[in-house]
Design a protein around this ligand. Structure first.
Ligand code: NAD
Ligand code: MG
Length: 392
């Protein structure tokens, strides 16, 4: 029996994780769940999964959640704050941690799980983009097991030879990340200027949280994934190709030196990579529908358009600049996406805010977690000021 902490349990990945866990009560039990705003949902999850702990952000949320649980005679102990999140990630009673908080808020608890040598299922790509060097060094030092849950990286992980993961990359020529192209794949820049949050969040294939949905629409998601792949697979951005594949069936590919290309396919349902991560190195059922290629009939591929999707180019630039440039890219993007979701800026202004924030920052090689948090905070101040100026 493996004991699991799900950070970000109330989100899209969190819910899918609990769905898979519930299918295998003989294999997994829930130690702790975390959530931020959806307290009613978190209370129901705690009761359903008999969680020992629940963690929320603030004291007032903890009080509300305790009241909700007391009404239903729940036994879950409620904690709050970042230190509590880290505690339930590093506890000696935990075997596995699903890191599914969205954004930079996920960094510290994910690092806590890594430092405690846990098996970490990484959905929270922003933490790796923000702090890649320090993050991967922590994985090395602690001997933690890091398994990618992002569908593309999970696909690549499945297609790589064992020798690659042990340090010999000679058999592999390049990694090919597939991208759906998002809801605005065929839109002109003029049309995108008027895009609403609702349109940006209406992803054609995947049902996801609002932040990653907007990132998919701007293709910043693929830019973040490029940087994520660079760190996870210890390679350079030049060895990663991005390929638009609107059906989201081929989740990513690995090209070998002999001309072979291996791909992982499946329906676009995150329960597949989640089940893979939970059971690794074995396999378990996930309740995902069988892939019916005869019915899908056609799979198509095209090159991405970096002009209509400038966020992709910005991510390439940040990856090439290195140091804390990806930290700045990520922070500016988080601030800009939130401003877009709150109707403060237009869709195409997301890229503008990120670009201008990057150009106002001087990059350096962050030596410590504090230096990264500093760069993140500075970038947020700059992008918030830029957004204020765009509003008037
Ligand atoms: P979501 O918005 O549905 O859920 C986010 C979760 O994080 C919620 O539980 C929320 O309560 C919690 N959270 C939000 N802000 C927080 C804060 N400040 N402090 C603590 N907790 C906070 O997002 P999601 O779609 O589940 O995505 C989660 C992560 O997984 C993201 O990093 C995303 O990029 C990544 N991911 C998601 C998908 C997907 O299909 N949804 C696929 C690949 C990767
Ligand atoms: Mg992905």
């Amino acid at each position: 029996m493996q004991s699991v902490t799900v950070l970000g349990a109330t989100g899209s990945i969190g819910e899918s994780t609990l769905d898979v866990i519930a299918q295998h009560p003989d294999k997994y039990s829930v130690f702790a769940l975390s959530g931020h705003r959806q307290l009613e949902k978190l209370a129901v999850q705690c009761l359903q999964h008999n969680a020992q702990y629940a963690v929320v952000n603030h004291k007032s949320s903890a009080q509300q959640l305790r009241a909700l649980l007391a009404d239903r005679k729940g036994n879950t102990e409620v904690l709050y704050g970042v230190e509590a999140l880290c505690e339930v990630a590093r506890s000696a009673q935990v075997d596995m941690v699903m890191a599914a908080i969205v954004g930079a808020a996920g960094l510290l608890p994910t690092l806590a799980a890594i430092d405690a040598s846990k098996k970490v299922l990484l959905a929270n790509k922003e933490s790796l983009v923000m702090a890649g060097g320090i993050f991967m060094q922590a994985v090395k030092d602690s001997n933690a097991t890091l398994l990618p849950i992002d569908s593309e990286h999970n696909a690549i992980f499945q297609c790589l030879p064992e020798s690659y993961l042990n340090g010999d990359q000679s058999a592999v020529k390049k990694l090919i990340l597939s991208a759906s192209g998002g809801p605005f794949r065929d839109w002109t820049l003029e049309q995108m200027k008027l895009a609403t949050p609702q349109q940006a969040c209406a992803h054609p294939n995947w049902n996801m949280g609002s932040k990653i949905s907007v990132d998919s629409a701007s293709m910043m998601n693929k830019g973040l994934e490029l940087i994520e792949a660079k760190w996870l697979f210890n390679t350079s951005a030049e060895q990663i190709e991005i390929l638009v594949h609107p059906q989201s069936v081929v989740h990513s590919l690995v090209q070998y030196v002999d001309g072979s290309v291996l791909a992982q396919l499946g329906n676009p349902d995150m329960r597949t990579p989640i089940a893979y991560g939970l059971a690794w190195p074995n396999r378990i059922a996930s309740n995902v529908a069988d892939l019916e290629l005869g019915e899908i009939a056609q799979l198509s591929f095209e090159k991405p358009d970096r002009e209509r999707f400038p966020c992709l180019q910005l991510a390439y630039n940040a990856a090439a600049a290195g140091g804390d440039a990806p930290t700045v890219l990520n922070a500016a993007n988080e601030v800009a996406v939130e401003a877009f979701l709150n109707h403060r800026i237009g869709f195409t202004q997301i890229a503008q805010v990120v670009e201008n924030t990057l150009s106002e920052c001087v990059f350096s090689e962050p030596e410590s977690l504090e230096a990264i948090q500093d760069a993140d905070a500075r970038a947020r101040v700059i992008s918030m000021a830029l957004i204020k100026r765009l509003e008037v």
